[in-house]
Ligand binder design. Structure first.
Ligand SMILES: [Zn+2]
Length: 70
């Protein structure tokens, strides 16, 4: 599966909880954070996702995180 596919699946599996690029990088063992960033920026333009500066549902830090709309 592509990295983009893995990221989509991870976000979906959280069922509406937000996740930041750093947590995505950790969870999927990506080598660099920019791999996650490229994908989440793209997904953020889609109707089914929300991407905004919020408390990350995983690490609790206030940063740009993405979530699937309920
Ligand atoms: Zn996080």
């Amino acid at each position: 599966m592509t990295i983009a596919g893995q990221i989509e699946r991870l976000i979906e599996s959280l069922g509406g909880a937000s996740i930041c690029d750093d947590c995505i990088t950790d969870r999927l063992n990506l080598s660099v954070r920019s791999q996650a960033n490229v994908v989440t920026r793209e997904l953020g333009h889609r109707e089914e996702y929300d991407r905004a500066k919020v408390s990350c549902g995983q690490c609790g830090a206030l940063k740009t995180a993405i979530q699937i709309k309920a």
